[in-house]
Design a protein around this ligand. Structure first.
Ligand SMILES: NC(=O)C1=CN([C@@H]2O[C@H](COP(=O)(O)OP(=O)(O)OC[C@H]3O[C@@H](n4cnc5c(N)ncnc54)[C@H](OP(=O)(O)O)[C@@H]3O)[C@@H](O)[C@H]2O)C=CC1
Ligand SMILES: O=C([O-])CC(=O)C(=O)O
Length: 259
């Protein structure tokens, strides 16, 4: 599968290392859409990719899938155009808090015969949530995220501090670089207005920790993911990049596990 990337930061570099440098048997990143060619010029020789600054040329190139690893704002701006032309995978899923954008993307995907893939990112358990939801058997979903204090605030903390408590749609507005997980959890589960979120700055940890609590007619579940951050961007968990690779690998499989 030939991939076109949008974004050249921590997640993109991880994908370039694992897919192009280590030569993935089924995946290849062919090109990257950038805003600043000079800044990222060195990636061309290092990873054998072509840089584009022109969107149309990027989308017209020989790629099967566009993978976004940029930011929420870029998804808001580019998704309607990209999904008309290519199968698309987003990691900045927080943009889909905008229900009009989500509806438009679904409509355009169907009209143009393309698919929109939304990996689970830095969390897991979306299969469980979607199964529990069947026939109204999911009643409550809560996400408690703890990140190293310095990645959430400039304040010097000596003990943990809740920096946000509310619903998922408010969490992503206030923390667009940290709360994408709250939106994928909402979209799989009870929605952006029904999913409770707490975000804690913790000076005593060096991992990004997501605790998910579910309850309803199916019973109860709790899941905790203790993520190693990516060195290039400690706000971002390595699992988010792995979830892109895992989802890409599973697309073509004939046997689907837990899906
Ligand atoms: N779903 C999930 O669970 C998770 C989602 N994320 C999200 O993934 C995204 C990427 O994370 P990460 O790699 O750590 O971020 P970084 O900040 O390390 O990198 C972002 C990259 O995107 C580029 N970029 C921004 N806007 C555009 C644009 N319009 N066109 C082309 N490139 C653009 C930046 O380039 P430039 O140098 O030009 O600014 C930069 O190279 C973020 O939105 C993050 O919040 C992260 C972790 C988990
Ligand atoms: O990487 C993480 O742990 C979560 C994250 O930043 C996000 O959801 O935006």
């Amino acid at each position: 599968m030939n991939i076109g990337l949008i974004g050249s930061g921590a997640i993109a570099r991880y994908l370039l290392e694992k897919i192009n440098k280590e030569k993935h048997p089924a995946l290849a990143i062919k090109c990257i859409l950038v805003r600043n060619r000079e800044k990222y010029q060195h990636l061309e020789a290092k990873y054998g990719v072509t840089l584009h600054t022109d969107r149309e040329a990027f989308l017209a190139s020989d790629i099967d899938m566009v993978v976004e690893a940029a930011n929420v704002e870029t998804v808001r701006t580019l998704l309607p155009e990209v999904i008309q032309k290519k199968d698309t995978m987003l990691i900045s899923v927080g943009a889909l808090v905008d229900e009009d954008l989500l509806e438009e993307a679904g409509r355009l995907a169907e009209a143009h015969g393309n698919k929109l893939h939304l990996p689970s990112g830095a969390i897991g358990g979306l299969d469980l949530i979607q199964n529990a939801k069947a026939f109204g058997n999911l009643e409550h979903v809560e996400l408690i995220t703890r990140k190293p204090a310095h990645s959430l605030t400039d304040e010097v903390l000596t003990e943990e501090k809740t920096v946000f408590r509310g619903k998922a749609y408010e969490a992503i507005e206030k923390f667009p670089k940290n709360m994408n997980v709250s939106i994928i959890l909402s979209l799989a589960g009870l929605g952006i207005r029904e999913t409770d979120v707490r975000l804690i700055a913790d000076p005593g940890i060096d991992k990004n920790i997501h605790q998910i609590k579910l309850s309803g007619g199916f019973g109860e579940a709790e899941l905790t993911i203790k993520n190693d951050p990516l060195p290039e961007n400690p706000k971002t968990s390595a699992l988010a990049a792995l979830s892109i690779i895992g989802t890409l690998e599973r697309i073509e499989e004939n046997i689907k596990y837990g899906s």
